[in-house]
Design a protein around this ligand. Structure first.
Ligand SMILES: Nc1ncnc2c1ncn2[C@@H]1O[C@H](COP(=O)(O)OP(=O)(O)O)[C@@H](O)[C@H]1O
Ligand SMILES: [Mg+2]
Length: 376
């Protein structure tokens, strides 16, 4: 019996063959080998559809070099592709369609709006979801502004804190600030209620591209915003577990905490203790957040098909209430290195591999017994 083989499905970042996250995959390949799992990397354009073969990217730990080799299809696929506005993304959609019958560790989640609507149906999540609407016309924004002193506008397919606006009531007027599509800071501007719409005219808010969300007050005493990044993963027993949760503090003048936008990572306990001074309360919040993280992962897996990991952007308000700002299906793990949690980072790399091995064993056993699996 040969070894199980896992293919990491990714995308080239440009037309020159630059692979996203190659250093992370390198670590996964080395760790996989130690666990008895062979791992290679490929993109949809490396697939020869006629011959059902893949021109795989292989890493050789002995020579510390990457090479290419023709391979047959792997037993399992770990889909790491993030949304891209390019012909490569169209190719990816074709691949997912044609090979949808293969064993994927993780299926595709939908955009922020669809995920919100799915979660909203479940009673237990209601108190954790900031009120959110699709921006269909200026009415949607105006009604939210009337209802909440702080409102966020976010692209439904956005990532990394791009194209986000924050509108905050300040006395009789409003302050608008944010990050443009290139993540540049948009400095605060004060406007009257009647001028908000015209001030936003250069933003492409139409075409159901944006959502309007109740804002949570997350400014620390130094004026910076903060939130938490929780990584929930399946372990080697096929069960959901919280791998770690780290705090993020936004750059100065930033309305987002994303690390790529200059945010800093810090241990959760340290950040939370600054925000909520009662030790017992912080312990209680951390325990509740963990439970919530696992519940969300279980629920989304039931809704969208098999998943192996999710990163949740969580906010904790002054009262200790936990809010879910966003679900990330293709999480980076670097936040844990930056927060000084090397062990958590290592676990974050290894868990999907251990889960893949577990899944492979399950499938083998099922084949022997001919019992169909839940998600394929
Ligand atoms: N409703 C909100 N209230 C307060 N801050 C928010 C809200 N939504 C987003 N943010 C801030 O903006 C950041 C980016 O928003 P997010 O929804 O995670 O989009 P992205 O996909 O760009 O990361 C969050 O990490 C948080 O710092
Ligand atoms: Mg986010």
């Amino acid at each position: 019996m040969g070894q199980p083989v896992l293919g990491i499905l990714t995308l080239y970042l440009n037309d020159n063959g630059l692979l996203e996250e190659r250093p992370v995959y390198q670590k996964m390949i080395i760790s996989g080998k130690k666990l008895g799992l062979e791992v290679f990397v490929f993109t949809p354009s490396d697939v020869n559809y006629a011959q059902n073969r893949i021109n795989a990217h292989m890493y050789d730990a002995a020579t510390q070099s990457w090479t290419r080799r023709w391979r047959s299809f792997p037993h399992m696929i770990y889909d790491r592709c993030r949304i891209q506005k390019s012909h490569r993304f169209v190719e990816l959609s074709n691949f997912r369609r044609k090979y949808g019958h293969l064993t994927f560790l993780n299926r595709v989640l939908r955009n922020k709006w669809t995920v919100y609507k799915t979660m909203r149906k479940e009673e237990v999540f209601k108190e954790h979801l900031p009120q959110t609407r699709l921006y269909e016309s200026s009415n949607d924004l105006m009604e939210m502004i009337r209802k909440y002193p702080l409102v966020y506008l976010k692209p439904i397919n956005g990532t990394g804190g791009r194209g986000i606006l924050r509108i905050e009531k300040q006395g009789a007027s409003y302050s608008i600030q944010g990050r443009d599509q290139d993540r540049r800071i948009v400095s605060p501007q004060r406007v009257a209620l009647s001028s908000i719409q015209s001030r936003l005219s250069s933003w492409n808010l139409k075409d159901n591209n944006y959502l309007v969300q109740q804002g949570i007050q997350l400014k620390l005493p130094n004026g910076r915003v903060h939130d938490y990044r929780m990584l929930v993963q399946k372990n080697g027993l096929g069960e959901w577990e919280v791998t770690g949760c780290a705090g993020r503090i936004g750059a100065s003048r930033s309305i987002t905490s994303n690390l790529h936008g200059g945010g800093q990572a810090i241990r959760m306990k340290e950040l939370l203790s600054e925000w909520i001074k009662d030790d017992k309360a912080t312990q209680d919040i951390m325990a509740r957040a963990e439970l919530l993280g696992v519940e969300i992962a279980e629920f989304l897996e039931q809704s969208y098909g098999r998943l192996c990991e999710l990163a949740l952007d969580l906010a904790i308000d002054r009262k200790g209430q936990i809010w879910l700002l966003e679900v990330n299906p293709k999480p980076a793990r670097e936040v844990f290195i930056q927060a000084g949690e090397r062990d958590t980072y290592r676990t974050a790399i290894i868990r999907p591999l251990e889960y893949a091995i577990w899944l492979y064993e399950q499938k083998k056993r099922r084949k022997e017994k001919l019992v169909p699996s839940t998600y394929d």
